[in-house]
Ligand binder design. Structure first.
Ligand SMILES: [Zn+2]
Length: 66
């Protein structure tokens, strides 16, 4: 008996992979997790622009360091 598993280990384990910035549509660098309100994605530029506001609102920013 042969069991073949398809792995996805060839893919780079990047936290934010092929997501686009919700503001401008370029590739996202940061994932923003809004408690109880889902999540959104931002590029580095917009993550920096909205970081203070988002953190004050209780959001968690994950991904590439700003
Ligand atoms: Zn953007």
């Amino acid at each position: 008996m042969t069991t073949t598993f398809t792995t996805t280990q060839e893919r780079t384990p990047v936290l934010v992979d092929l997501q686009l910035c919700d503001r401008c549509g370029v590739r996202a660098r940061v994932r923003v997790v809004l408690a109880g309100a889902g999540e959104l994605y931002l590029c580095g530029h917009h993550a920096g622009e909205f970081r203070d506001t988002l953190e004050r609102a209780g959001a968690t920013l994950e991904g590439v360091a700003l």
